[in-house]
Design a binder for this molecule. Structure first.
Ligand code: NAP
Length: 239
């Protein structure tokens, strides 16, 4: 049966929001390595029992990539079936103008780290003919309040397209674009969505749709209300 075999999976940003919801959904069936910026002691009670955790601060893209590879090796894994590069942040721009620091940080954490991690994880994914999943955003098409964030996600879209072609037949590469979802990312970004927040998708539903999208290996996949209203959280492939 497709999806029945336990997989060795890495999920970055696995200690909060969408990454944590995905980890909780998959923990019973798969071996998980989660990463985040916070120390293990701060998240030990949050992450699913049995999931391993590694600190990989993406504000230093190259060091974060090395930390992930070290984390995989410490578990004794000689390959990876799935890497879900999900960690990310946003920073609200005042009057549409990002500060230099916000631009640098957003591009480092959301884009440069993903590039460095993809390259570092490639040999592990190649061993299993595995799947590399980038988590983008519907904002990759442009979003007024968060220009640097939108640019970082547009960059991920281009990266995913390039690697999907380049690594074809060796590693499956896909990008999944969530729509607005009820997590703390907006508060952390200093952005108040106001009454619109009520329309954001439930994080558990987004995680379910993301798991199905990962199982299909298709790209790009938008995980939004349209998919939800079509039953996307209740049907689809099982990972
Ligand atoms: N929520 C939405 O509406 C939405 C919509 C579209 C796309 N997305 C995308 O979905 C992904 C997850 O977002 P979310 O809503 O779940 O956000 P979240 O709840 O704020 O979680 C963000 C995760 O990223 C990690 N992270 C942030 N900065 C980091 C850094 N410098 N180094 C390492 N890890 C870092 C966090 O780890 P720490 O807690 O340790 O900092 C946390 O695990 C992001 O890529 C986001 O852009 C979200």
């Amino acid at each position: 049966m497709i999806g029945a075999k336990p997989r060795r999976m890495l999920i970055t940003g696995g200690n909060a929001g969408i990454g944590l919801a995905l980890a909780k959904k998959l923990a019973g069936r798969h071996q998980l390595l989660l990463s985040g910026r916070k120390p293990h002691a701060d998240v030990a009670d949050l992450i699913p029992a049995g999931a391993a955790y590694v600190v990989a601060d993406q504000s230093d893209p190259q060091a974060s990539a090395q930390a992930l590879v070290d984390g995989v090796r410490e578990l004794g894994w000689d390959g990876l079936d799935n890497a879900v590069l999900n960690a990310g942040l946003g920073m609200a721009a005042v009057d549409g103008i990002d500060t230099t620091e916000a631009i640098r940080r957003t591009l480092d954490v959301n884009l440069a780290a993903a590039i460095a991690q993809a390259r570092a994880l490639y040999p592990l994914l190649e061993k299993t003919k595995g799947t590399l999943t980038f988590v983008g955003s519907v904002a990759h098409k442009g979003s007024a309040t968060i220009p640097a964030y939108a640019a970082s996600k547009a960059g991920l879209q281009g990266l995913a397209r390039a690697l999907r072609s380049e690594w074809s037949g060796r590693v499956s590469v896909q990008i999944v674009h969530p729509g607005p979802t009820k997590t703390e990312i907006h508060d952390k970004a200093g952005y108040d969505p106001g009454p619109m927040r009520a329309l954001f998708l439930d994080v558990g539903d987004v995680a379910k749709m993301m798991a199905s999208a990962i199982a299909t290996r298709r790209s790009p996949v938008t995980v939004s209300w349209v998919r939800y209203l079509n039953g996307g959280a209740f049907t689809g492939r099982r990972l």
